[in-house]
Design a protein around this ligand. Structure first.
Ligand SMILES: [Fe+2]
Ligand SMILES: [Fe+2]
Length: 174
């Protein structure tokens, strides 16, 4: 049994093998290291440019919004599979919000369970999921191109890859 850490969210994972994705934030295998190799860069990013600060804040809003949408979609899901898929997605997006808050040094806003603007049809929520993930990818690509801080570059690169994985989840089911 080995103790692994994720360089994106910092969370620990105990397992016989390194997972393909972080079980918490979905970051790809290359961001997962053993505890001995872990160098913690998950804290506040010092001397953020005004642009990066604004972009991290915009990304945080987007992640919280997507997490709340998935909570709603899970609550209204028509099947157990979809309930759990949307639940898993809400957890990942909430973890992304945590990563962004740590970089900004701000308190994490609550993921509200009051959001009710999702559909009662799974297929509509899958379509909405695709739109939301696609929007996130495009925004983060722009934010990535504007970033100069190594940690901000790392965060947006890692999260873009995760949101891209999410696109295939809806594509496979629509
Ligand atoms: Fe992670
Ligand atoms: Fe996300």
């Amino acid at each position: 049994m080995e103790l692994y850490r994720c360089e994106i969210c910092g969370d620990p994972y105990l397992g016989e093998e390194k997972p393909k994705n972080c079980p918490f934030c979905g970051a790809h295998e290359r961001y997962l290291v053993t505890q001995n190799d872990f160098i913690d860069s998950t804290g506040v990013v010092q001397d953020l440019t005004e642009t990066s600060k604004e972009n991290l804040e915009a990304a945080l809003k987007l992640e919280v919004g997507n997490a709340e949408f998935y909570v709603c979609a899970s609550r209204k899901a028509e099947t157990d599979e979809m309930k759990n898929l949307f639940k898993a997605l809400s957890k990942v997006e909430s973890e992304h919000a945590s990563v962004l808050c740590k970089a900004l040094g701000t308190k994490k806003p609550p993921i509200s369970t009051d959001y009710d603007e999702c559909s009662t049809k799974d297929i509509d929520n899958l379509k909405e999921s695709h739109i939301r993930e696609d929007r996130a990818i495009h925004k983060y690509a722009k934010f990535l191109s504007e970033a100069t801080e190594p940690r901000v570059i790392e965060i947006f690169s890692a999260i873009i890859a995760v949101e891209s994985d999410h696109l295939s989840l809806s594509e496979e089911r629509m």
